[in-house]
Structure formats: structure tokens, C-alpha cells
Design a protein around this ligand. Sequence first.
Ligand code: SAH
Length: 268
Amino acid sequence: MAILDQALARLAPKLSSFDPGHVWLAGAGPGHAGALTIDVVAALGQADAIVYDALVDSSVLDAAPQAELHFMGKRGGKASAAQDDITALLVTLARRGRRVLRLKGGDPYVFGRGGEEALALARAGIPFRILSGVTSAFGALASAGIPATMRGLNKAIILATGHAAGTSDDLDWAALARTGQPIVVYMGLKTLGRITSALMEGGLAASTPAALIAAATTPAERVLVSTVGRLAAEAEAAGFASPALAVFGEIVSMRAELMELERLARSA
Ligand code: SAH
């Protein structure tokens, strides 16, 4: 696409050059290459080494054929690489004078352990930069036709992790439910039943609209629209798999309305 090349060439002078020995800690967005920021595209073009996670779509790596690739994520049931091993690799590569791109799904600072990696790099005296990415919650909501905020429906949106649901380290789901604001849950597929029960115990009506969005923005995207009371059972029956986000709140009802209007517009 020549037009794309021209647009990028005009933006190029505004972008930073990637210096040897530096680490850029970047978010690759929810999956679709179109959601990459220009900064991350520029990083892909300049990196000597890329250290990436399981959530980074392989199509994104096609933009960096010159880079050596280091996969550091969960695959085939094997445990994720230990966080210490990842930071040690980043430091080693940077000290060898590589331009190191640490690429994570979504945004590196949203449930991505980017803060820990930044601290480790700072402690090791490695120069680094953070490049934000589209976090999967916002990418998924947009892709599914659910506005994150809608005048008259919500004044805030809660991003929560379901990772610790049911443990002593858990969030106070009842308190979140009482805010009356929509909640998007990352890493909550395995614990969906516990989360929805806790939200209902906190006063959220079982009939509140709820959705599950899996593999958002990729060709494998799946969306299930249900209610807080039924979401967990329906997700299991439909065989939903990770990565997936759960959304609870009236904003979910906008999807049907938008889809219906879109359908009418297309058939007109
Ligand atoms: N840093 C990432 C989040 C990492 S935690 C971000 O900003 O998005 C991993 C969780 O992110 C998954 O369990 C899932 O809940 C969510 N996730 C990431 N990519 C996703 C996608 N394409 N579709 C749905 N959920 C996704």
C-alpha cells in the first residue's frame, strides 16, 4: 500500500530511533496488527532482538524479519518462563548491545507485569522506554460493539483481574458491584463462576447484561452475550477458551442495539 508507506514516511521524523543497548517495553495490542501503534511498528522495524509473550499474535512478528526471536510465554501446557529469567534475558541482550524489544499483549502496564520489568531494568542501569499498547479490554469492547462508556449508562469503568478469585488475596467483588459501574475482568475464565456468584452476593442483579469476548480482534474472535446469572454456565457449554474477557454491566446491551441498526442500514 503506497499510501500507507507515504503516511509512515511523513511520521518517521517524529519517531525516536532505537539505540543499541536499550530496551523498549511495548504493548502489541489485543492481536490484530491494525491495533499496533506507530511507535511499536517503528520498534519492530529496528529491533535486533524481540522477547515476546504467548499473547503476541505471530502475524505481528512478521514485521521484524531481521530480529532474533525469543519466546517467553506459556505454550502447550508448559509453565510460563519465570519472571526472573525474562528480566535476566533482557539485561543480557541489552548488555550485548542489542536493541531489545520486549513485546507483550495489550498494554505492558495493564496486568502485564511491565512494572516489574521496568523496575528490574532500572535497577540494572539499562536504559528503557515504555510504549503503550491498546489494552485488550478496550480493543475487545470496540471489536464487539460495546462502548466502554456511554452517557447515561456509566461514569466509570472498572478493569479487574480474576486471577486471584476465590483465594485469600481476592478482590472485594461485592464492593465493585455496589459501584453500579461496568466491570471488565481479565484472566477470569477459569474463575468465572466464582466471580459472578460474588458479584450477585454483592447485589448485582442476575439479569444484568454480561458478555464474554475471546480472542478479540483476531480471526478467532468469539462473543457470547448473556446475563450475570447465566454467563459462567453458558461459557462452559459453548467451550470458550483463553484469552477471554468478561464484561458485566448495562453497556453490554448496546451491542444488540448497534448490531440491529447496522443490519437495517445495510439492508436499506
Ligand atoms: N497486558 C494485557 C493483559 C495481560 S493479562 C493487556 O493489556 O491486554 C492476560 C489476559 O488478557 C487474558 O487472560 C485475557 O483476559 C486478556 N486478553 C488479552 N488478549 C486478549 C484478546 N485478544 N481477547 C480477549 N482477551 C484478551
